[in-house]
Ligand binder design. Sequence first.
Ligand code: SF4
Length: 351
Amino acid sequence: MLAYMHIPFCDSKCPYCAFNSYTNQSKLKQTYMQRLIEQLRFELEKFNVQKGEINSLFIGGGTPSTIPASWYAPLFEMLSPYLSKEAELTSEANPHSATQAWIAGMKELGINRLSFGVQSFNTEKLQFLGRNHSPKMAEEAIINAHHLGIQNISLDLMYGTALDTPHLLREDLKYARMLPINHLSAYALTLEEETPFYTQKNVINSEEALARTFVQEIIDAGFPQYEISNFGSYESYHNKGYWEHQDYLGLGAGAVGFLHHQRFYPAKKVEDYLQNPCYQAIEELSIEELHVEKIFLGLRSCVGIDRTILNAKEEENVALLLQENKLTCKNNRLYNKDYFLSDELALFITR
Ligand code: SF4
């Protein structure tokens, strides 16, 4: 079982970002952390979580490093009996707010993996993306995390911005690989509705060749690809858990939980969440919907698809893809050879 905790606060809002995050609600932070405890208590009971059953906690956002480490302590106190010994405990962090004291405090609580929102090591690109840190700040935060004994460190890079050229991306990667990281996520810039970038012209470069070259260079730099956007010698347990359809608790405003065939959606707006942290909208998923999701998720990642779940028509389509060398089959599991084609292949199989 997995747990996800959402921190919907940021120091500043990036113009491309559609995540549930706010910059003007700092005064609500402390109450928010208290409400998270209420929801956690409720979820542990609802999911009937047993001692040692949670294998991964992921604190995401927003920006988890905008909350002082000590404010997480009561949550960890409540959660710790339910965490397995080897649990992967990840927090996202931004170079701007992940100070040495914050990292040390989170390590003290048990965090053993940090994922830094870096996006680029190019000053101009960082400004273009509205990021509030410099390349040096990102470098220092990651080196601090390493010196403070965080075992697993990841960073996010963004590609597909109007400023990107093969040279710029190569430089970003060169900088990244000099740092003590064992995981890297690379996301293409997408234009999300209701963000300032959405209405702007010339912010994006969606050339497939640029993306393909960058991905190949990441792999060649020693970060094997295990999902469409994730690379590294260390494969995140949490990420894989989602793709394997494991159950997960979803804590916080705008988080999502999943149990068997239901998804749970707590209130998205912080004020609404504070009013009632245990309220959730419920989405019932049909067997058919879960089946299609398994095919989509399996093709986007190294998890693959259990061939025995396929119906006769899907099996026919798979046979064609195997013939065309688009898929491989090992121990009755199907694997995608080209993650850029994930959605296309999934649509072909389920058509
Ligand atoms: S720091 Fe992350 S979550 Fe916050 S606005 Fe920027 S991209 Fe969005």
